[in-house]
Each structure stands twice: as structure tokens, then as C-alpha cells.
Ligand binder design. Structure first.
Ligand code: ZN
Length: 349
């Protein structure tokens, strides 16, 4: 078998956070079973069908894998559906590369270098608009928070602040923070006072908006630092603390206000990259920043880039980011899959 070292793709030319790696295992015993028993194909036909098979992006990246796909962090995994062992299991790696100026050249170079035969690598392009990117971010964040543990409100706030002000070491600040409050004094920035973190009203408003968005599908309304809020409550709160005025939302109809709030979030922060602060999991770590050399995901929080700053800083509203649809390139590595299909078929022949 080829050495794994040689097989790893060289992604060092991609800026950190622009490539996301997904790994899934597929059970060939299950696939053959589906093709031969359920669909009634002869082994030879099943073999050629399976060989051609490229899973959908959803199958490769979804967090709830379905037979014959599954996730496992174990060193010697077994298929959860049929208990098949190692030689029946193939690994499919998917690299999601964000399109853009900084990744176009390294992406073309990388793809040019890859072997072409037998569709060992397949590239699938997908457009993702900036709203979808925001909702994906919220979705990932929600999956990684335990909404039954009140601490999640702080975690969600920290994740949002990491987006808003990425150079600050929020992990360190939140290590000692027990409560987040709206400041009556400051109009900008934030300040820590012992175990309490005070946020200027506009930042606080956005933090509760994020909390609402993360939790609203979980239960009725959304849970926030202000308690459980319906959309109407949230809008009233945001109007009261001056957030709506601050971001220039004068609409009255809740649905329109909501749309404007989303537009504002989308256009002022960059949600597109894999956040260093969002830890993925839901039992298994499918999502990992491939820019970090290690091939398997890590559950530890990645290292922070910046030095700590204790308290008080005033920040201007981040500049408007011009939003465009983001193009995503999914590079699917089928090498292990093809090899395993061949060796498994040999045992049928
Ligand atoms: Zn199986």
C-alpha cells in the first residue's frame, strides 16, 4: 500500500482558513451489499458501478453520515452498519477551497499536479452566496455548542467577537469572563472588569442577534443574554438599545427588519473562513482546517495568533465588505477508494 505521507496533498500555499478538509469513510461491504442484494446486480456489474461512483458533496461533507458512509476517529474503525473491518473501508477526503484572488493560483497549480487517470481526483464547483456562508457558520456554531448548558451564551458571544475582531485573544479574555453585559458608558468597544465583560450597545446588540440566530431553531424563539426572545422581542430590544438606528434600519415590519439585520451581518463581517474559534464536532470532527498540517482533525482549540490585550479598546465599525457570491471548489480525493474497490473486488472474482 502506498505510504500515507506521500499521499498527503501539499496545501501550504493556501492562506490559513481558506481550505477546509472533510474526511469520511465508506464501507465497501455495505456498498456491494446495496448493489448486489438490494439492486440485484452481478458482482462484476456492481464493481464497475461502484468504481464510477462519486458521492455527492452533501454525502461527503454532511455531519450526519448515512449508510454506507460513516465517521470514525478510531485507529481501527469498523463499519457501524455491518461491522466490516479495515480492508472493506475506504477513506474519501474532500478539500473545500474557497475561490478568490488568494487561492486561484495555488489551486490551479495544485490541480495541475494531480494524477488524471481513473478520476483519482474529482473537482466539483459550487456557488455559495454570502448569506449561505453566514448561515453555514451559524449552523456549525450551533452544532458545537451545548444549548442546555448556559455557558453556550458566552461561547457564542466569543465566537462572534472572534469574527468581529480577529486579532484579539478572546480565548484568554473569556477564560476569566463569567458574564457579558451591555455597557451604559461606552459607545464603542469593550471593557473587562473582573469577571464581567462589558460591550458597547452596538456590539452587545449584535451578540444577542447571533445568539438568537443560533438558538431559534432549537426551541421556540431564541435564547439570548436577555432571556428567551421572540423575533418581535428581539427587534424591540435592538431598537431600544439603539442598534437598529446605529445600523440604519428604519423598517417597521418584523420580516423586513429581520432581512435587513441579516444583510447587515453579511456585509460587515467576513463569515466565510473556517473560524479558528469554531470547534467542530457533534461527536466526530469532520470539519478541520486543512491548512493546519495535521491530517486528522484535532479537538483542541487552535493556537491564537495575537498576544493578549487586557481590556478597553475602542473599535470603529468594521468597514463594509463588498459581498459577492463565493465560489467553492470541492476537490475529492478518490485514490484510497479506487484502490480498496479493486482489492475488494478481487475477493469476489
Ligand atoms: Zn458496512
Amino acid at each position: 500500500m502506498a505510504t500515507t505521507k506521500k499521499r498527503e496533498l501539499d496545501l501550504k500555499d493556501f492562506p490559513p482558513g481558506t481550505v477546509t478538509e472533510f474526511t469520511t469513510l465508506v464501507c465497501l461491504a455495505c456498498i456491494f451489499d446495496i448493489f448486489t442484494k438490494q439492486l440485484g446486480l452481478a458482482p462484476r456489474t456492481a464493481f464497475s458501478e461502484v468504481k464510477r461512483h462519486t458521492p455527492t458533496i452533501e454525502e461527503l461533507t454532511s455531519r450526519s453520515a448515512m449508510r454506507p458512509y460513516f465517521d470514525s476517529d478510531e485507529k481501527h474503525p469498523h463499519c457501524p452498519y455491518c461491522q466490516a473491518g479495515k480492508r472493506w473501508l475506504a477513506r474519501l477526503d474532500t478539500f473545500c477551497i474557497e475561490g478568490g484572488k488568494v487561492t486561484d493560483a495555488p489551486r490551479r497549480t495544485l490541480i495541475k499536479k494531480l494524477p488524471k487517470a481513473d478520476d483519482q481526483f474529482v473537482v466539483v464547483e459550487k456557488k455559495s452566496d454570502s448569506r449561505a456562508v453566514l448561515f453555514e457558520w451559524l449552523d456549525t456554531l450551533g452544532l458545537n455548542l451545548d444549548l442546555n448548558d448556559e455557558r453556550w451564551l458566552l461561547d457564542a458571544t466569543r465566537n462572534y467577537l472572534e469574527r468581529r475582531e480577529p486579532k484579539t485573544n478572546w480565548e484568554e479574555i473569556f477564560a476569566e469572563t463569567r458574564a457579558v453585559r451591555r455597557s451604559n458608558r461606552m459607545t464603542e468597544g469593550w471593557e473587562r472588569d473582573g469577571a464581567r465583560l462589558f460591550l458597547a450597545p452596538n456590539i452587545y446588540g449584535e451578540a444577542i442577534l447571533i445568539q438568537y440566530l443560533v438558538s431559534r431553531s432549537h426551541t421556540h424563539g431564541g435564547l439570548t443574554l436577555e432571556g428567551r426572545l421572540t423575533l418581535m422581542d428581539l427587534i424591540r430590544r435592538l431598537r431600544y438599545i439603539g442598534y437598529l438606528d446605529h445600523v440604519g434600519i428604519s423598517e417597521r415590519e418584523p420580516g423586513e427588519v429581520f432581512e435587513k439585520l441579516i444583510d447587515h451581518l453579511v456585509s460587515t463581517h467576513d463569515w466565510s473562513r473556517v473560524s479558528t474559534g469554531v470547534r467542530t464536532g457533534s461527536g466526530s470532527d469532520r470539519l478541520t482546517s486543512a491548512a493546519k498540517a495535521s491530517k486528522k482533525s484535532s479537538k483542541k482549540a487552535p493556537k491564537k495568533l495575537s498576544k493578549s490585550r487586557t481590556s478597553k479598546t475602542a473599535l470603529p465599525e468594521p468597514d463594509q465588505i463588498i459581498t459577492e457570491p463565493v465560489k467553492l471548489y470541492y476537490l475529492i480525493d478518490r485514490r484510497d477508494f479506487l484502490e480498496k474497490v479493486k482489492s475488494v473486488y478481487a475477493s469476489y472474482a
